[in-house]
Design a protein around this ligand. Structure first.
Ligand code: GDP
Ligand code: K
Length: 280
């Protein structure tokens, strides 16, 4: 079909309390259909609607703080992103809790799917005197950022216009590959090499960067899905990481993500100085 007929599938991801429901309701309203994700009791909200002469399907993912395999919500969200591969992801971020929310953003970016960030609750951030360099976030992450205030219905048209623009030029809008530090990056290179040799076909089944990181973490769900008999291909990478950081590779990776989130926050968020009266 023509460009105009193609449905653009947009997954909406964010932390609990980032205002995701408010935002989706404000955009889709009565066109929202509520059901359940297959096999689990997690609510699924979906809407198909026209905007700017185009058809957009919004799929609301459960609110999560991470994409690890430890809760039903996280599993639903990550399985959808990894296996259904939406055209793009709208990442709803609470602008008053930037650092914690960016920890999820960092993980979402591992998937290599174009991302538009809705920098939501922006009104409250402004009321608190926060200044957020949204262009700085765009530059550092390689994603589009749109300030929104879902409760005031502000920024929503800009958000959808940006969604259309990114959907039409996805190759110019691939999120940057973030640098997880030399040790992890070198280990990831070892792993890419050995895994490409041992399991050439499997690398294509998943987003590559994401898969390499999950293999290093020995993510239980990915390991189950792949059902590999021989894990020798992991040895060079794991040996490299353990030599530098010790045994707990999952927390090495979590630390790398947290430090990216906090480093970015330091760069882009300026809070007003506390007044003397507020200190006492
Ligand atoms: P969810 O858990 O991400 O779905 O978050 P909700 O949509 O339930 O919103 C959490 C709280 O934040 C609610 O009290 C909303 O009214 C409030 N909220 C959502 N968006 C905004 C916003 O843009 N500005 C302000 N000030 N509050 C918001
Ligand atoms: K809520």
């Amino acid at each position: 079909g023509s460009v105009a007929e193609r449905v653009i599938t947009v997954a909406v991801a964010g932390n609990p309390n980032s205002g995701k429901s408010t935002l989706i309701n404000a955009i889709a309203g009565t066109r929202l259909h509520v059901g359940n994700w297959a096999g689990v009791t997690v609510e699924k909200k979906e809407a198909l609607f026209d905007f700017g002469g185009r058809k957009i399907r919004l799929v609301d993912l459960p609110g999560t703080y991470s994409l690890s395999p430890y809760s039903q919500e996280e599993i639903v969200a990550r399985d959808y992103l990894v296996h259904q591969r939406p055209d793009l992801i709208v990442n709803v971020v609470d602008a008053t809790n930037l650092e914690r929310n960016l920890y999820l953003t960092v993980q979402i970016m591992e998937l290599g799917i174009p991302v538009v960030m809705a920098l939501n609750i922006y009104d409250e951030a402004q009321a608190k005197g926060y200044r957020i360099d949204d262009k700085g976030i765009e530059q550092m992450l390689g994603i589009a950022v749109v300030p929104t205030s879902a409760t005031k219905r502000s920024g929503l048209d800009e958000l959808l216009e940006t969604v259309l623009r990114v959907a039409d030029a996805p190759n110019q809008r691939v999120p940057k590959k973030l640098n997880y530090g030399e040790d992890i990056e070198v280990a990831a290179e070892y792993l890419a090499k050995s895994f490409r040799t041992s399991h050439p076909a499997l690398l294509e089944r998943y987003p590559q960067r994401w898969l390499l990181l999950k293999l290093m973490e020995q993510d239980s769900r990915v390991m189950d899905e792949l059902n590999l008999q021989n894990l020798d291909f992991l040895d060079p990478a794991l040996h490299h990481l353990r030599r530098a950081h010790g045994e707990d590779i999952e927390s090495i990776m979590a630390d790398a993500r947290y430090s990216l989130a906090s480093g970015l926050t330091r760069e882009v968020l300026h809070k007003p100085e506390l007044r003397q009266t507020e200190l006492t």
